[in-house]
Design a protein around this ligand. Structure first.
Ligand SMILES: [Mg+2]
Length: 210
C-alpha cells in the first residue's frame, strides 16, 4: 500500500520527537514575553488578543501583521526556545538513514528551531530539505495555500507523498490533497482521513522500511 510513495514529509514538533508539554509550554511563554515585554502590551490587551486568536479558525498569522508586527521577527522570537531535553535516539537515526525516499521536514516553526531539534537528535544531515513558515510565505499548515506552496516548491505529486504528523487538522488537509496520512498519537480514536495511526516516529518509519 505504500510502494508508490516517493516522498516522506515530516512534521517536526511532537512528531520527530514525542509530544513534550514542557516544550509546548515554552512556545506559549515566548508569545507572552513577546507581547508583554517586547511590545509592552498591557496584560488585559494580551488576554483579549489570545481570546481573539482562539476564536479564529483561519490558520495564518495575518493578525500579527495587522498589529504592525513583522511576522519573521515574531516567529524568530517565539521559536527561540530551549529544546535541550530532546535526546538522541539511535534507532531513529538508523531508520531514517536507511529510507531511500525524498525526505522533507515541513513545519510551522523556523529554520533555527529545526536546526536545534535536529542537532539534539543527531539527524541534521538526513533530510533533503526543510520547509518552514518563512518558506510558506507565513501561511501555516493546515492552510491549503501553505500546502500548495509546499508542493510547488518541490514539484511534488501529493499522490506519491506521505505526511507524518501529530496534528489532525494538518492531516485532514493533507488527505484533501490526496496524500497518504500517518498520525503520530497516543489516542484511540479513528478518523477516515487518517491512513495509519502510530504511537511514535519509529513505528511510522517501519511502514516504509523494506
Ligand atoms: Mg507537530
Amino acid at each position: 500500500m505504500v510502494k508508490h510513495i516517493r516522498n516522506l514529509v515530516f512534521d517536526l514538533d511532537g512528531t520527530l520527537y514525542s509530544e513534550n508539554p514542557d516544550i509546548e509550554a515554552r512556545f506559549g511563554d515566548k508569545i507572552a514575553e513577546f507581547f508583554l515585554c517586547e511590545q509592552k502590551m498591557s496584560e488585559d490587551d494580551f488576554k483579549n488578543l489570545i481570546k481573539q486568536w482562539k476564536s479564529r479558525n483561519d490558520a495564518d498569522i495575518s493578525s500579527i501583521v495587522e498589529l504592525g508586527i513583522n511576522p519573521g521577527h515574531f516567529m524568530d522570537f517565539v521559536c527561540d526556545i530551549d529544546v535541550s531535553e530532546i535526546e538522541y535516539n539511535e534507532n531513529l537515526k538508523n531508520k531514517i538513514s536507511l529510507l531511500p525516499h525524498n525526505k522533507i521536514i515541513y513545519t510551522n516553526s523556523t529554520h533555527a528551531h529545526v536546526g536545534s531539534v535536529l542537532k539534539n537528535l543527531k539527524i541534521s544531515g538526513l533530510f533533503d530539505d526543510v520547509f518552514t513558515i518563512r518558506d510558506g510565505g507565513f501561511m501555516l499548515k493546515p492552510d491549503k495555500k501553505s500546502f500548495e506552496k509546499f508542493f510547488g516548491t518541490y514539484s511534488i505529486n501529493p499522490a506519491e507523498t506521505a505526511m507524518i504528523e501529530d496534528s489532525l487538522k494538518n492531516l485532514k488537509t493533507a488527505k484533501d490533497f490526496g496524500m497518504t496520512t500517518i498520525w503520530v498519537t497516543g489516542e484511540k480514536e479513528k478518523y477516515p482521513f487518517v491512513d495509519y495511526k502510530v504511537k511514535d516516529i519509529n513505528e511510522a518509519l517501519d511502514i516504509f522500511a523494506k
